[in-house]
Write a protein of this length. Structure first.
Length: 416
């Protein structure tokens, strides 16, 4: 089976290259925004949305036109890729996976992508990489790149440039080393509780850093905008943001690697994370209730990165030959695993489960995980309640297409 995987490295550009990369990222952003503005005005005038091919034609005009001659200096393919990105943003919107596409702002995820492997040269022995219109770039060679290079994405974050190199390689169909099945209950007090009773501490990295972040941001706003001190303060804020992101990612990866290595079948609740995190404020006609409490919970959910965690579990299990089963979440926290009695009364406190029918007592999160596992087994055995685990859909990031590409990760359709 084929595995697509991305490897990220810090770039060490010279001054000219750094300048060029800033310009290229700016050109790509410009093209994205211009195309988005165009689509919007077409829509307002009742015209049909232009397809990718139509946009590419326009791009050629823009590049050759007198208005934006500097677009010609940027490499063509990355500019076209930003049109592809816009296409995808629209598709995600139409398929209800995301909000309507927004204009890109400078300094927010500046990046551009080279899609053509024929134009990319990688010399790992010399720690250098060739990219069109940038030439040979040095990079911090922290690990080998296995497989065949498919594309490269250059991005800027917290003052540094990075390249993410996606490769494809043939690997043997994995046979899971573990044979056990486990249920995982995601929570606030504990990040994840397993049906075997073990659990992972909450992450809350954002909360921990939040006060510092607020302090830094206040300091920034007090400064004269665009002054040197303001720039310094801004860099501090961005650095802390990057740090929070790194801590979070590391933790999620550690947990998902752990679980996917030790179990062949992992059952999770089919949570609609997107809905949970969005519904609190409601709409103008139907304002949400209990907004403050919900936004607290929502913040926690996002903080914990459940969605990302699930995505990681999915592809890591596929890599190991295992699979992820998503089960419907109804009543998993209220059902007694001993006698099957379903009642809200069973859970008088957040932490403790105590069956009003048979007296069974256990930690509430463990009960949730046990119920999730039982449901997972039923789904696996006879397809009962089976539903696509991908119902919480997201565009797979470039790093993790493998599960989808290989077709191995059949969520909800386990191979027994
Ligand atoms: Zn009971």
């Amino acid at each position: 089976m084929k595995r697509l995987q991305a490897f990220k490295y810090e770039l060490m550009p010279n001054g000219e290259q750094a300048r060029q990369m800033r310009r290229f990222a700016g050109s790509c952003r410009f093209v994205f925004n211009k195309a988005l503005a165009l689509q919007k005005s077409r829509y307002e005038q009742g015209e049909k949305k232009l397809g990718y091919a139509g946009l590419c034609k326009l791009l050629t005009d823009w590049r050759n036109g007198a208005e934006t001659p500097w677009l010609k200096d940027a490499p063509t393919h990355p500019l076209q890729q930003s049109l592809k990105d816009l296409e995808r943003a629209y598709r995600n919107f139409f398929e209800k996976r995301a909000d309507f596409p927004r204009f890109k702002k400078k300094g927010q995820r500046d990046s551009f992508r080279y899609p053509d492997p024929k134009q990319i040269k990688l010399e790992q022995g010399n720690n250098r990489l060739f990219l069109p219109k940038l030439g040979w770039l040095r990079y911090r060679n922290s690990r080998a790149v296995p497989g065949e290079v498919k594309n490269a994405t250059v991005s800027f974050s917290a003052g540094k440039w990075y390249v993410s190199i996606q490769t494809e390689r043939e690997i043997e169909q994995p046979v899971p080393e573990a044979s056990s099945a486990v249920g995982v209950d995601m929570g606030i007090a504990r990040f994840a509780t397993l049906s075997d009773g073990s659990f992972y501490e909450p992450l809350s990295s954002f909360r921990k850093h939040e006060q510092r972040l607020v302090r830094y941001q206040r300091a920034m706003f007090r400064k004269q905008k665009f002054s040197n001190n303001w720039k310094k303060a801004k860099a501090k804020v961005q650095k802390l943001h990057a740090r929070i992101g790194n801590v979070r990612r590391d933790y999620l990866h550690k947990c998902s690697t752990d679980i996917s290595k030790n179990h062949a079948m992992v059952c999770v609740e089919d949570l609609q994370v997107k809905n949970m995190s969005r519904s609190a404020s409601g709409t103008a006609t139907a304002p949400g209730q209990n907004v403050r409490a919900k936004s607290g919970l929502n913040k926690s959910i996002l903080d914990q990165g459940w969605f990302e965690f699930r995505r990681q579990l999915d592809y890591k299990l596929a890599w190991n030959g295992g699979w992820l089963v998503a089960v419907p979440p109804q009543n998993t926290s209220r059902t007694c695993p001993a006698c099957g009695h379903v009642s809200a009364e069973n859970r008088k406190t957040q932490a403790k489960f105590s069956c009003v029918e048979c007296g069974f007592e256990e930690n509430a999160d463990v009960v949730g995980a046990v119920n999730i596992l039982a449901r997972g087994h039923r789904v696996a055995a006879c397809g009962e309640l089976a539903q696509s685990g991908h119902s919480v859909k997201q565009e797979p990031s470039e790093a993790t297409l493998s599960g989808v590409m290989s077709g191995v990760s059949a969520v909800g359709i386990p191979r027994l």
